[in-house]
Design a protein around this ligand. Sequence first.
Ligand code: S3P
Length: 446
Amino acid sequence: MNIGGTLIAGPAKGPLQGRITVPGDKSMSHRAVMLAALADGVTEIHGFLPGEDNISTAQMFIDMGVQVEWLNEAKTSLRIHGVGLHGLKAPAGVLDAGNAGTCVRLMTGVLAGQSFTSTVSGDASLRQRPMKRVVDPVRRMGAVVEGAAGGDLLPLTISGGHLHAIDHLSAVASAQVKSCVLLAGLYADGITTVREPKPSRDHTERMLPLFGQPVDVAPDGLISLLPANRLTAPDGAVLIPADPSSACFFAVAASLVKGSDVTLNSIGVNPRRDGWRRVMLGMGATMRLDHAHAVGEEPVADVRVQAGGLHGMHVDAADVPDAIDEFPVLFAAAALADGEFVLADAAELRVKESDRIAAMATALQAAGAEVEEKPDGAVIRGVASLQGDVDVDAHGDHRIAMAMAVAAQRADGEIRIHNAAAIATSFPNFVPLAQRIGMNVRWSEG
Ligand code: S3P
């Protein structure tokens, strides 16, 4: 786990201003590498997120014999020499997902399709996260998976090959589960289907056709996939839009700091990722979209946010999966909004990189916010400003660290955010970009 690293944040010294480009989408960066590695031919990817999580995914394929060529020093462009669906080689050692839940859960599907045995593990945080949600379906497909706690915890040892198609009814609205089953389904002997309780992010369904593999999504939400004989590298490069989950930190900061006016370039506005904007608009944010266009199969737009009096709201349960990664920073917004903010039906937040309900409630309370924890959400009553000169713990969770850095912009002194180094997993240049729009945040040198 990325323990260590202290951020010193807040208060903002003036309005936040400017136009910035945040890095590429984390979810899509994982998927692009996976599909490119499993395709026949060479795929170029631009807009790749060079965060630690995505580097873990690339490294796993390097460990299984795939050639990855970095095309620039920033590691945002790369060329992957695909080995085909059956071309991976057994890795010499344990495949390490680091902190990346998406990497390990999607790779469980890929590894279930291989005719060799492999072991995957991760850091201390990932080793505590539930894996049965992906282990159960690939076992039903015929893979043999061994792991701690009956296969619920890493490390997992996966012996795959000869998979059967299944109809999977997922208990959770999870794109990681859905994508694991679809990736394993590429190797199955018939039509694989997945049904979810609510729709989750659909990047896998959008990206597979670029590699020549159709995915059928019925009007009632049933997703069906035929077995693939092969995936083929797309004719053009795979272009990855900027990550809405990173953009939202600056959008909330701009809403909270008086006089601010910030534009975030070419942000993914796929409806399955756009719940954070629906929540913010519901809270009264001044936000508009400009220059809407498509990047590959994904809708994007510039998001302009101006400061405005936010108020509380009851989050619609239907928006929860579409904003699942943004709740830490939406809690920060709620803590400084007028009135009451109520979130329910979001127990999944307790099994992310940290227990995000507990981590945000504790950190915000330490700074004087009124947060009542619920088993599946929280009730937050806004205050005018947070207290400064306090210490909070990000628990090695990137999004807790960045959410508290945003909240601190409306504190009456500095907030010290400990165990914040994990920001590097998803947003390595968060601090310089935050400083560029005028946020008061820096790494402690101590
Ligand atoms: C992701 C899916 C979500 C999300 C995670 C990325 C993905 O997890 O929280 O950060 O890329 O598929 P769940 O599918 O478990 O909800």
